[in-house]
Ligand binder design. Structure first.
Ligand SMILES: Cc1cc2nc3c(=O)[nH]c(=O)nc-3n(C[C@H](O)[C@H](O)[C@H](O)COP(=O)(O)OP(=O)(O)OC[C@H]3O[C@@H](n4cnc5c(N)ncnc54)[C@H](O)[C@@H]3O)c2cc1C
Length: 495
């Protein structure tokens, strides 16, 4: 019998070449926003918890944010993955201890009250109480130190505020999960990701964490899963026996794992994302802070369309100019005056995740509706207008054969020539592949228990009924805490 470390990342043990065997009362697969939160609550309630994570533990500060090194060590497939469709949508996922929370922008939004109300009625979510959800949100905000930037926001963020104010569009600063030193500024924050918060908390309560361990499939007999087949860091096989399992591998890998384990009913058929288009904008003065992201968001047309800023180191600026490199490349020389901004939409379309026998990664597809395509066109045009209103001298929309926008007259040309099939459509918000609720289309019950299974739960972005229209991590964590508490209220630790 092998036991993983109880003391932290450095001391995690890995198994020998013969099949290693682990035992856990509760196995949690994935250590991101959903998995880490679930692990902390269950361990603190006295359950014997083992968390397994496919990626490695990467200490903050040992990689440069948004660098190629970070892409290799903390992102799945180096950050390059795609949902096939017309157009295809490029997406990005974290793959490391802490999952997406280690690499994301850290912008926090609570699930809006109208959203909770719509989800409760449309998906028949039992006992979804907004007061309880907001009490949990407050708890999470305290645990993550969700806070506005101390002092002045970055110049790239001020751009959004200035442009929106000029157009009388609603905008606000999104707080982040950050700790700033006394007298600190926008660039001095320490991200309060899962490796800084819920994972150490889970470990202090006795949870074990096994990194670089990928779960291949669960063995299922009737209505119960009994053990997980895993591949360890050195490629050797292992097996984990458990009483309960929470699958928290994120919205792509949770449904893929369930399908590989033989659970297919309504699983993976309802992928929802926030499709996003981008542009780069050049201003008369320097605005670019390579390690930072703008914190202002423009919500005048939300939840249908939201605007914000992206990470903009020189490599990412180059990437956003690449669709029209011949005409746009000169802007790279001025990268300190250039930043990348986005328009994200709430999509009517849906995608699919399908595990393919023999392949490690699932096939992911996404279908944008005609309305989605129209919203992306409209979003990009309005974003260009926002940039001009903020004082941009040149705007470079990210699609093939796009014009340089210098005046409102050029926006008409943008609208005429834009097509989603020519654009780089991407997303970092993936959810809803195992939606919860009592509605027949939901693959899990109101608290994330997979239909037909007595001891299998999902508790990550997969369970959100559809795309929230706001940054999702706050919603993922609030539901994860709610569901973990329900589990604690109905199951007893073995003791
Ligand atoms: C670049 C980027 C920027 C973002 N910015 C924001 C933002 O500013 N605000 C916001 O609210 N949200 C943001 N998000 C989204 C947010 O990070 C996610 O919504 C959130 O992390 C989802 O949590 P999760 O638990 O579902 O999955 P994740 O956090 O992705 O965690 C899943 C973990 O499971 C592991 N795993 C998967 N399969 C297996 C397996 N078979 N065996 C073992 N381990 C497995 C993965 O390696 C991963 O570490 C961003 C995401 C990205 C990628």
């Amino acid at each position: 019998m092998k036991h993983a470390s109880t003391t932290g990342a450095d001391a995690v043990t890995h198994a020998p070449a013969t099949e290693a065997l682990y035992d856990a009362e509760v196995l949690i697969i994935g250590s991101g926003a959903g998995g880490a939160t679930t692990a902390a609550l269950l361990a603190e309630a006295g359950f014997d918890v083992l968390i397994v994570e496919e990626g490695d533990w990467v200490e903050q500060g040992t990689v440069v944010p948004f660098s190629l090194d970070q892409m290799n060590r903390q992102y799945r497939s180096g950050g390059v993955t795609v949902a096939l469709g017309l157009p295809s949508i490029a997406y990005t996922e974290g793959r490391c201890a802490g999952g997406g929370t280690e690499v994301n922008s850290g912008l926090y939004r609570r699930p809006p009250a109208e959203l909770l109300d719509r989800w409760r009625t449309q998906y028949h979510i039992r006992d979804l109480d907004p007061d309880e959800m907001y009490a949990i949100a407050e708890e999470v905000e305290t645990a993550l130190n969700v806070t506005p930037v101390p002092g002045a926001v970055s110049p790239a963020s001020t751009v959004l505020q200035r442009g929106a104010d000029a157009l009388h569009w609603q905008n606000s600063e999104s707080p982040r999960w950050m700790k700033y030193p006394a007298g600190g500024s926008a660039a001095s924050g320490q991200r309060q990701s899962m490796t800084r918060t819920y994972l150490p908390r889970a470990q202090r309560a006795g949870a074990r964490l096994l990194t670089q361990c990928r779960v291949r499939r669960l063995s299922i007999n009737g209505t119960r899963a009994s053990d997980a087949e895993v591949v360890l860091a050195d490629g050797s096989p292992g097996r984990i026996r458990f009483r309960h399992v929470f699958v928290c591998g994120g919205a792509i890998h949770t449904p893929a794992l369930l399908q590989r384990s033989g659970l297919r009913e309504r699983i993976g058929d309802t992928l929802a994302v926030h499709p996003t288009v981008k542009l780069a904008a050049r201003f008369p003065d320097p605005i670019n802070m390579p390690d930072d992201v703008p914190v202002h968001q423009v919500k005048e047309f939300a939840p249908e369309i939201s605007f914000g800023g992206s990470a903009s180191n020189p490599g990412l600026v180059a990437l956003s100019l690449a669709d029209n490199w011949g005409q746009f490349s000169h802007a790279l020389q001025d990268w300190e005056r250039v930043c990348v901004y986005y328009a994200a939409i709430t999509s009517e379309g849906k995608g699919r995740v399908k595990a393919i026998p023999g392949l490690r990664d699932p096939l992911v597809t996404y279908h944008l509706t005609a309305r989605d395509r129209q919203m992306l066109r409209s979003g990009l045009s309005r974003l260009a207008l926002l940039m001009l209103a903020a004082g941009a001298d040149e705007v470079y929309p990210s699609y093939h054969h796009a014009p340089i926008v210098r005046s409102t007259a050029d926006i008409a040309e943008l609208q005429r020539s834009f097509a989603t099939t020519k654009a780089t459509v991407m997303t970092v918000h993936l959810c809803s592949t195992v939606p919860l609720g009592e509605h027949p289309r939901c693959a899990a019950d109101s608290f994330g228990q997979v239909r037909g299974m007595k001891n299998v739960w999902v508790n990550d972005a997969s369970m959100l009924p559809d795309a929230p229209g706001v940054n999702p991590q706050g919603s993922v964590m609030a539901f994860a805490v709610r569901n973990a508490r329900r589990f604690i209220g109905t199951e007893r630790p073995r003791g």
